[in-house]
Design a protein around this ligand. Structure first.
Ligand SMILES: C[S@@+](CC[C@H](N)C(=O)[O-])C[C@H]1O[C@@H](n2cnc3c(N)ncnc32)[C@H](O)[C@@H]1O
Length: 268
């Protein structure tokens, strides 16, 4: 498994940095913007700013990586409601990844000091655990196909699930029907799961797991957001099939232009 020193920051178009994985031969995020990817592909589709009105939000962050999806989720929720209690379970194979993100100070431009989010990310990377009066986060290290069993046994039901593995060709084991069926057991009846691949096999796995699927507009209006030259990805949003049997998903997932334009933490 790769070490911290193997991860060298690579700039992306929105000013944030990502890593390249030698092990999976792929970037961790799109060159179009790592930070904006977290926001538009995960925080927005799971409607976190609307969900923030609830007293508690539970998030399952699968493939925690550098921690960008978790960081953006916390910022999004607390920008809307600083009193919202957030409970996060994150799954990650390699602890060197979040540690390297902290060592390289990749959150320097994220305004993370507000709400002390940086301290939360440091604690998660170093110890895998943090609990304060308004957040509890647990990083489960190991193969997500194994650690997901712990999540299921604990009865955790997420309001938002981020499914962010490397692409299906590079990491097929996290896109199987079997794994997606396990994940769907952790989604609350009103929860939303966001991922980025619209490959036919992935759509089949999601539908077979009882989820209804739909797409959301690509970031920057571009049709494809490649992380590597040969992989093309689009956004997909999912929710439990039985919740919204006949509605158009587009109405549910498209954030209003006003909500986006006024958003306080839009990436640069
Ligand atoms: C595309 S990156 C995720 C980026 C991350 N969501 C972020 O916000 O920075 C994929 C991550 O999945 C992890 N990974 C790969 N195989 C895994 C497995 N079997 N179980 C858990 N994590 C895995 C990798 O170590 C990597 O950190």
């Amino acid at each position: 498994m790769t070490n911290q020193k193997d991860f060298i920051p690579q700039p992306t178009a929105d000013g944030s940095f990502t890593f390249f994985s030698e092990e999976f031969s792929e970037l961790f995020h799109s060159y179009y913007g790592a930070r904006q990817e977290s926001f538009y592909k995960f925080a927005v589709p799971t409607q976190l700013e609307f969900q923030a009105q609830k007293p508690v939000i539970r998030i399952l962050d699968i493939c925690y990586g550098l921690g960008y999806n978790t960081a953006t989720a916390i910022q999004t929720i607390w920008s809307k409601n600083p009193n919202c209690y957030i409970e996060i379970i994150a799954l990650e194979l390699n602890q060197a990844v979040p540690k390297a993100a902290i060592t390289h100070q990749l959150f320097n431009d994220w305004n993370c000091e507000y709400h002390k989010i940086l301290n939360i990310l440091i604690q998660i990377a170093e110890t895998g655990y943090i609990e304060t009066k308004n957040i509890k986060a647990n990083l489960l290290l190991g193969d997500a196909r194994i650690t997901i069993q712990q999540v299921i046994s604990s009865g955790f039901k997420a309001d938002a699930i981020f499914l962010d593995p490397f692409s299906p060709p590079q990491c097929p084991q996290l896109w199987t029907i079997e794994f997606i069926q396990l994940i769907s057991k952790c989604l609350s009846s009103t929860g939303r799961l966001a991922t980025y691949s619209c490959a036919a096999s992935v759509r089949t796995a999601l539908i077979t797991s009882g989820l209804e699927i739909g797409s959301i507009p690509p970031v920057d209006g571009k049709k494809h957001q490649p992380r590597s030259q040969h992989i093309h990805k689009l956004l997909v949003l999912l929710f439990p099939h039985y919740q919204y049997p006949n509605k158009s998903i587009y109405k549910l997932v498209q954030p209003s232009p006003i909500a986006i334009a006024n958003y306080p933490i839009l990436p640069k």
